[in-house]
Structure formats: C-alpha cells, structure tokens
Design a protein around this ligand. Structure first.
Ligand code: NDP
Length: 330
C-alpha cells in the first residue's frame, strides 16, 4: 500500500532542539529556510556567493560559507543544483559533517545516479516538492501547503523516518499530503515528465501552430488561444479542483463531442514506445551519464540546441505578443 503522509503522521518532536543547515539560498533554499524557521526550527544558511549570503542575512538568518554552516548541524538540506551537488559536497560539506547527521535532498537525482559520495553513517532523506520554490513559500504562508514525494534512502541511525517526516511537516509538505517514494522513483517521475511528456507536448503544439498558420489564422491569435488567454491553464486548474471528469461539464457539448469523437484518431501514434525509451534511459542511468559527460565537455550540445531553437528571437516575439494583450484603460 502506498503511504501518504499528513501532518498527523509527522510529529515535529524529532527535530526539537536540532539545528538545520540549509545549503543554497536559491529557488528552494530561501523558501525552505523561511518555512523551517517559521515552524520553530533553528536554521542556519550556507552559501557560496556573497550576494546570496547578504540575501540570507537580510532575511535574518545566520549566513555562513558552506563548511561553517554544516558544522554542528544535525540536519543538512542540500538545496543547490543537482549537477553541482557532487563537487560541492566533496569540497565543502563532507569534511564538516557531524557524525550521524541527516542529509536531506529535494530531489532523488544526485543519489539515485551516484553523483555524490556520501558518508556511510549519515541518514539520507528526501522531501521533494512538486512545487517551484516561490510556491513552497506562498502555500506555506496561505496554509494550503503543497504535495511532495518523501523517502528514506538510508536509515543509518534508526531515526531517519521520524526526521524525514518532521522535515516534511516543517517545510509544509504534509499539509496536503506527501507520497512515499524511493529516490530512484522520484528521479524517474521527475525526469520522465521532462523527457517523456514535455517533448511530446512540444511537438503537438508546434504541429498545431503550423496547421493553424497554414489556414491563415494570425500568429497573435494562435498564441492567445494556446496560452496567453489562460483558458487552458484554467482547464488544468479545474482538473485539480474538481477532477478531470467533472471539468468536462465546464465545456460546451460541441467541445465535448468534438474531443471525444476524435480521440481515437491519435491512437496510432506510438507515443508509449517513445516514452518507454525515455523511461529506460532514465532508469538505466544512461541519461545521467550523458548529462554528466555533456557538463564535463562544457555543454556543447546543450548550447547548440538552444542556438537551434532560436530562443532569444522567440523571447522577443513572445514579449511583444504578450504586450498586445496587456490590460489597457479605455
Ligand atoms: P537553484 O538553482 O535555485 O540553486 C541556487 C543556489 O545553489 C544558490 O544559492 C547558489 O549559491 C547555489 N549553488 C550554485 N552552484 C553552486 C556550487 N557549485 N556550489 C555550492 N552552491 C552552489 O536550485 P533549486 O532551488 O532550483 O534546486 C535545489 C534542489 O531542489 C535541487 O535538488 C532541485 O532538483 C530541487 N527542486 C527544485 C525545484 C524547483 O522548482 N526549482 C522543484 C523541486 C525540487 P550562490 O548564490 O551562493 O552561488
């Protein structure tokens, strides 16, 4: 049975009197630090750059270089980009870790693909928000909370689960509910959305735009229909709020009939086969290896792909089109 944890399953006592070091003060780091402190924990922040150190200090945190922040901490939350975690951990964290400290990750990636050399006596726990950093803070403040995937990779002290649950609660992840997952499962689902679903959607939207343009629909109208109007966003919101099936009733009979009567036309597309390939590359570690090699080589393919996409020119076009639909006073 899949376990889903709520506040009632996650007492805060295991963290009473403990010090939590938040390493990194970026998207997740700042929100975690603020939420953990507001939940009554003793939080110190560790950063590399002076600007982040100043930002953390301005928010009232004791802010230190990484090694200093880690010293004496009972829990170390590694909230830095996954791709730099191995190097940063070896250079600044490992040597200062208190024996038996718990290390918390906001993603399973670095551990699942062996990117960090971790001490044997450390508990390894994961609270992986299904939410961007700003949302982690906002949903804590307004009391709605966010969903997360919660797991323990290694229970060295026998106390890893109570620590993971208490951290989850303190950061706001057990208010709505957190699903038990392994680090590898979290990494798979996360990367799968990026590599199995997002490219398929990108292809669908690109083909759809091309066909509409062929039919003489103005580009401004295409972009308005696809995302600027916010109509599709509202449909997804309705799915979350009332469910994918009930939200059908918000659409006209013409819309419902048109979609349902034509869904079979896309049955022949072998998207599942391509998605299986994506999942296989992720679970085998082939993607992690490819990405590590790409980083080591200085990102030649990544840069070429961005260049080929013409992202800068597209940004200008998108900015200009969005400006056309800004609310204006009559
Ligand atoms: P960010 O890119 O926002 O992290 C920036 C922080 O990392 C900065 O404080 C920066 O420090 C620090 N940093 C960057 N490079 C290094 C380095 N080489 N050594 C030490 N510190 C470094 O990260 P996120 O918050 O986006 O991601 C953190 C974790 O959260 C990741 O594991 C990610 O997968 C996970 N996550 C992220 C989500 C998101 O929406 N962004 C959602 C769910 C999980 P400085 O400013 O001092 O240079």
């Amino acid at each position: 049975m899949t376990r889903i944890f709520h506040d009632a399953d996650a007492p805060m006592e295991p963290l009473a009197g403990k010090r939590v070091a938040v390493i990194g003060y970026g998207n997740q780091g700042r929100s975690w630090a603020l939420n953990l402190r507001d939940s009554g924990l003793d939080v110190v922040v560790g950063t590399i750059a002076d600007t982040s150190q100043q930002a953390a200090a301005a928010d009232g945190f004791p802010a230190h270089p990484l090694a200093e922040a880690v010293e004496g901490a009972d829990v170390v939350c590694l909230l830095i980009p996954d791709e730099v975690m191995g190097e940063a951990f070896a250079a600044h964290v490992r040597g200062s870790l208190k024996p038996g400290a718990a290390i918390c990750f906001a993603s399973g990636y670095a551990v699942a693909y062996g990117e960090v050399d971790l001490p044997e006596d450390a508990d390894l726990v994961m609270v992986a928000p299904r939410m961007i950093g700003v949302g982690v803070r906002e949903s804590y403040e307004d009391g709605t909370g966010f969903i997360a995937f919660l797991g323990v990779e290694r229970d060295a002290t026998g106390n890893a689960w109570p620590i993971a649950l208490a951290l989850g609660r303190a950061v706001g992840a057990t208010r709505r509910g957190s699903v038990e997952m392994t680090f590898a499962q979290e990494a798979l689902i996360d990367l799968f959305v990026e590599q199995g679903i997002a490219p398929a959607l990108q292809k669908v939207w690109r083909d759809a735009a091309m066909v509409l343009l062929e039919h003489g629909i103005p580009l401004e109208a295409v972009l308005a229909e696809f995302y600027l109007s916010g109509e599709i966003e509202r449909t997804y919101r309705a799915m979350r709020e009332i469910g994918p099936s009930k939200q059908w009733e918000l659409h006209s009979p013409t819309s419902q009939y048109g979609t349902m009567s034509r869904v079979d036309r896309f049955e022949g597309l072998d998207t599942a086969e391509r998605m299986r390939r994506a999942a296989e590359e992720i679970t085998s570690g082939a993607f992690a290896k490819e990405w590590a090699e790409e980083r080591k080589a200085g990102y030649p393919r990544f840069n070429a792909l961005k260049q080929a996409e013409g992202r800068d020119a597209l940004m200008d076009l998108e900015d200009n089109t969005r400006a056309l639909f800004e609310p204006k006073k009559g």
